[in-house]
Ligand binder design. Structure first.
Ligand SMILES: Cc1ncc(COP(=O)(O)O)c(C=O)c1O
Length: 411
């Protein structure tokens, strides 16, 4: 670790990402995360924050969950390492089997990656190979990662910044606009639609009744594959293992990442049905990834899947989500500055008055001991994502801090 906070900021400003540090500085946030435990992170200067950003779901189980730490220690004591992706591995096989069995529809295979963007790339390549079509439909201002293919199906401005936009291959439609989706999906050469069940970076707008099921039904008619990006919404955050299950849709491909790591060792995966995984029978070397499905990562992922699929975990998420919903409703009734609450399980977007209402709330909450981040593509919506084991006392504390911050921002 760097000797002190200023030193860490200077080194990162100099060698890592000067512009990001400048932006956070402008907002008045100079967080350098030191100690972390459960729902809490601590700034290097000792300031304690409740983490409801949880790095997009990476800390779904909280920071340094004891069972994950034990699994990590066990893995390090075993005679294993990253492994070699060319050969069968007992751990990789076991995690793939768990992911397939925990998924809706007739999933058959699991292709491992080291992060979410890479797993989205795998999903897109798999759909293109399976359909022999090239174009991908996604939503305006979606976010699916920042590698070439994943970036191109997200926000156009970001892809164009690196000259990696592919307008000829990517069709963008507004979220929840079924007519626009129908028009896009009935064009020629559409391999897949990729959708987050509840698009995080857009501020967690909830899918309208029947929207996702209707998109899937059009896909079935047109021979287009449905890729469900569950990187943020999966692994029991919604009260189901995958949020897409809540909407009665069995996708052709599910992408999972972030939380699968237990916040301790990077691992991600694309889960494929028979059609999407056809290339695995034809050319096993068509996609390979040295770190994808590392054995240490698999050992952790196995424990993560075991924890998130326990009936008591899902029961708890459903119970505490209801308590959170009631608490947020009470708050909204008292404060018109909180314009809208969008919630599904422990996934929530809080819309505030003003175009940059959520940026102001991020800063106020930061000062009041909560780390919650504004949505990148809608600065009026705050992402509010408590970890799975949030209890009533933590919800109460969060509401108190939210209310204090709302009063400060509204005035
Ligand atoms: C919905 C979604 N998909 C994909 C990704 C990409 O994941 P990664 O950052 O691990 O590449 C992210 C990351 O934030 C995401 O939120």
């Amino acid at each position: 670790m760097c000797a002190n906070k200023d030193n860490a900021i200077d080194k990162n400003k100099k060698y890592v990402c000067p512009d990001k540090i400048r932006i956070f500085n402008q907002i008045g946030i100079d967080l350098v995360i030191g100690k972390r435990e459960g729902p809490y992170i601590y700034d290097f200067d000792g300031k304690k924050l409740i983490d409801v950003h949880i790095n997009g779901g990476t800390y779904n189980l909280g920071h340094r969950h004891p069972e994950i730490l034990d699994a990590m220690r066990e893995a390090l004591e075993m005679p294993i390492d990253i492994g070699n992706h060319h050969f069968p591995s007992p751990l990789r096989g076991e995690v793939a089997e768990m992911l397939v069995n925990l998924s809706p529809g007739n999933m058959k295979y699991c292709v491992f990656a080291s992060g979410g963007s890479e797993a989205v790339d795998i999903a897109i390549k798999s759909a293109r190979h399976a359909t022999k079509r090239r174009k991908i439909v996604s939503i305006d201002n979606g976010y699916h990662g920042r590698t070439g293919l994943s970036g191109a199906v997200g926000n156009t401005k970001n892809a164009a910044f690196f000259l990696s936009d592919t307008p000829e291959d990517s069709l963008k439609v507004p979220f929840n606009d079924l007519s626009a989706m129908k028009i896009a999906l009935t064009q020629e050469d559409i391999a897949a639609v990729i959708l987050e069940t509840i698009p995080a970076t857009l501020g967690f707008p909830l899918p309208e009744n029947g929207y996702l099921a209707e998109v899937k039904s059009i896909c079935e008619q047109t021979g287009t594959l449905f890729i469900s990006d569950e990187v943020q919404t999966g692994l029991s955050r919604s009260g189901n293992i995958w949020a897409i299950e809540k909407f009665g849709v069995a996708p052709d491909i599910i992408v999972t990442a972030k939380g699968l790591s237990g916040g301790m060792y990077p691992i991600a995966a694309a889960i494929l049905n028979e059609k999407a995984g056809s290339w695995l029978l034809e050319d096993g070397f068509a996609h390979v990834s040295t770190f994808g499905g590392s054995e240490i990562g698999c050992y952790i992922a196995k424990k993560v899947l075991e924890i998130v699929s326990r009936p008591e975990t899902l029961d708890h998420v459903n119970r505490i989500s209801k308590y959170l919903a009631d608490s947020l409703q009470t708050l909204q009734e008292k404060h018109s500055h909180l314009v809208e609450v969008r919630q599904c399980g422990l996934i929530a977007g809080l819309k505030f008055e003003g175009e940059i209402g959520a940026v102001m709330m991020s800063k106020a909450l930061y000062d009041n001991g909560v780390w919650a981040m504004f949505s990148g593509y809608d600065l009026s919506v705050l992402q509010f994502k408590p970890y799975l084991f949030t209890d009533k006392a933590l919800v109460d504390e969060l509401m108190e801090k939210l209310e204090k911050s709302i009063i400060q921002c509204a005035s």
